[in-house]
Design a protein around this ligand. Sequence first.
Ligand code: PEP
Length: 249
Amino acid sequence: MARTFFVGGNFKMNGSKESIKTIVENLNSSKLPANVEVVLCPPAPYLAYTAELNKQKTVQVGAQNSYTKESGAYTGEISPVEVKDCGAEWVILGHSERRGIFHESDEFVADKVAFAIEKGLKVILCIGESIDEKKAGSTLDVCERELAAVVKAVKKDDWQHIVVAYEPIWAIGTGLAATAADAQDIHSKIRDYLKSELGELADSVRILYGGSANGKNAPDFRDKPDVDGFLVGGASLKPEFVSIITSRE
Ligand code: PEP
């Protein structure tokens, strides 16, 4: 099953008009492969700005969070409808920084996924274990638990709007990326789990690797059949982001 290679850039809470203009203009002037889907996820105040600057057909924009309500008295929250109105089509949900720092439960993440899809967004769903969970041998249990909450909350068909990002927490921002072989191993088990829940639809769900991916290590993953792309934090802010996008060429 051919799955379109996908590269997401999670800017986290980094950015200014100037730095985002530099990033987007660098992409605009680059020769990007026609068969790679790229999604830039700037901080929410810059969603519309990023969408307006972007001139590449294969580049889309995504938010880093959205809430379970369309509008109302939810000070500080972000509606998926507002995200769409700003020209974005995607949202990252379940990032470990949201789960950890902001205490988002599996069920809350799953509700956000269901509502974002209901309102027409596509979702980059992040899952992954901490270093203690890895040492305890519970990597797959954690991933399956996080996925199970979403399986319960959304319709089977909704999975065509979900991209899964396997992001081991110990690899995020540490410079210690998982090896390509280890990523392939867990990705194939994640796909097996999805197959047990979704049947053959699981073959079309893209599973990205995230955690210290960069221009140098991205090519190591190129022959791994279940690594369908990357979710990139730090390196998405740098010119090397283009090398990650072109790493399958
Ligand atoms: C992330 O935060 O989603 C991420 C993968 O970060 P980094 O690439 O910086 O490890």
